[in-house]
Design a protein around this ligand. Structure first.
Ligand code: PLP
Length: 442
């Protein structure tokens, strides 16, 4: 949708809302639809080709309005998470379907998803150990629990450990910045020998620093054998798995208990929208379920409806699945794939440009839309280059440390980015580099 159409549609939306408010007296206060009313009304998967905006808006009146905020809000979310799960080719066990044990929920952020997974895993292991040894107190178990992630995991994982009051141990990643079986196994053996209780592992697909991928096919089976909850954080990279050529990066997801990525990062859905799936919804619900009288309803425990309040920290929730519904239909799967492919192609264009200049080196494999690079030379030199780049305010780069190296990160982000932007950015960086090296000499 270009800006002209956006203006027109935006005005139509204001009219839509104003008409709704004008006619609100004539609408029913409480919906009379039955649980599960929505799923049969919409297709079972996202369209390949874009739909017309008018058709989507007409469907809001036809399909959403009869279910008002609730149950429409809940039911559309469940179906949209199934659509998205199918786009990613997630194993069936993660989908809600009509009677599935798994399912998806929209969280606000990847940090929340990791925290929810950790808290659910914590409750599960405490209950399991207490069932085996009824004398064991929760405190005695909690002080022995250990969670693991690689040294490349996002800081939100460490934060989840802090909030959840469990130790988090960092597994050294390999030469490609990936968590591997041997390093994890070594830590597990050491910790078990000390009487600790390993219970939770976060594997990252697409790390923040350099977009590396933990080795799921190695780590997954260990988690299953050791009865540890495996959570996958694919906050950024997850969107790319809708493309068949990148789907192999998700191989091993079948070993996971929970999986999360942020459509608001790279799938054209506006902030906030963090998609989380679990294989066993009872693991989440069982950990956080409370039912005060003021939240009781007639379908309570009927198994017919999903009570998302048990799947998340807050009680109230926004109608975020509407954003997904609109985006998936307006772009179609093919449009979303084209968006991802274009970004990856542009990242490789930038990589090629960097490789042609012998003053620079590429610091990590370029898999998706991120290029890690640096000037050959000291960290100080690279810090000075970054300072020059960011202070001229034409482009903005965020750095990282890879081992002891200070590294610059070029990330393709915008919906509007074209090859010329990438080329101009590189010319700008080259010019600033030449200036810097000349100044260093003088
Ligand atoms: N995990 C990874 C791999 C990330 O790259 C990020 C953010 O950049 C996060 C987690 C945190 O995401 P959120 O802001 O949704 O909590």
């Amino acid at each position: 949708m270009n800006s002209g159409e956006f203006r027109r549609r935006g005005k139509e939306m204001v009219d839509f809302v104003a008409d709704y408010l004008d006619g609100i007296e004539g609408r029913q206060v409480y919906p009379d639809v039955e649980p599960g009313y929505l799923r049969p009304l919409i297709p079972t998967s996202a369209p390949e080709e874009p739909d017309m905006f008018e058709d989507i808006l007409n469907d809001v009146e036809k399909i959403i309005m009869p279910g008002a905020a609730s149950p429409a809000c809940t039911e559309l979310e469940t179906v949209m998470m199934d659509w998205l799960g199918k786009m990613l080719k997630l194993p069936e066990a993660f989908l809600a379907g009509q009677v599935g044990e798994g399912g998806g929920v929209i969280q606000g952020s990847a940090s929340e998803a990791t925290l929810m997974a950790l808290l659910a895993a914590r409750t599960k292991v405490v209950r399991r150990l207490q069932a085996a040894s009824p004398g064991l107190t929760q405190g005695a178990i909690m002080e022995k629990l250990v969670a693991y992630s690689s040294d490349q995991a996002h800081s939100s994982v460490e934060r989840a450990g802090l909030i959840g009051s469990v130790k988090l141990k960092v597994i050294p990643s390999d030469g490609k910045f990936a968590m591997r079986a041997s390093a994890l196994q070594e830590a597990l053996e050491r910790d078990k020998a000390e009487g600790l209780i390993p219970f939770f592992v976060v594997a990252t697909l697409g790390t923040t620093s350099c977009c590396s991928f933990d080795n799921l096919l190695e780590v997954g089976p260990i988690c299953n054998e050791e009865n540890m909850w495996l959570h996958i954080d694919a906050a950024y990279a997850g969107s790319s798995f809708i493309c068949p050529e990148f789907r192999h990066l998700l191989n091993g997801v079948e070993f996971a208990d929970s999986f999360n990525f942020n459509p608001h990062k790279w799938l054209l859905v506006n902030f906030d929208c963090s998609a989380m799936w679990v294989k066993k919804r009872t693991d989440l619900i069982g950990a956080f379920k409370l039912d005060p009288l003021y939240l009781k309803h007639s379908h309570q425990d009927s198994g017919l409806i999903t009570d998302y309040r048990h799947w998340q920290l807050p009680l109230g929730r926004r109608f975020r699945s509407l954003k997904m519904w609109f985006v998936f239909r307006m772009y179609g799967v093919k449009g979303l794939q084209a968006h991802i492919r274009k970004h990856v192609r542009l990242a490789h264009e930038f990589e090629c440009l960097v490789r042609q200049d012998p003053r620079f080196e590429i610091c990590a494999e370029v898999t998706l839309g991120l290029v890690c690079f640096r000037l050959k030379g000291s960290n100080k030199l690279n810090e000075d280059l970054l300072e020059r780049i960011n202070s001229t305010r034409k482009i903005h780069l965020v750095p990282c440390h890879l081992r002891d190296k200070f590294v610059l990160r070029f990330a393709i982000c915008s919906r509007f980015v074209e090859l010329t932007h990438v080329q101009r950015s590189w010319e700008h960086i080259r010019q600033l580099t030449t200036d810097l090296l000349r100044a260093e000499k003088d």
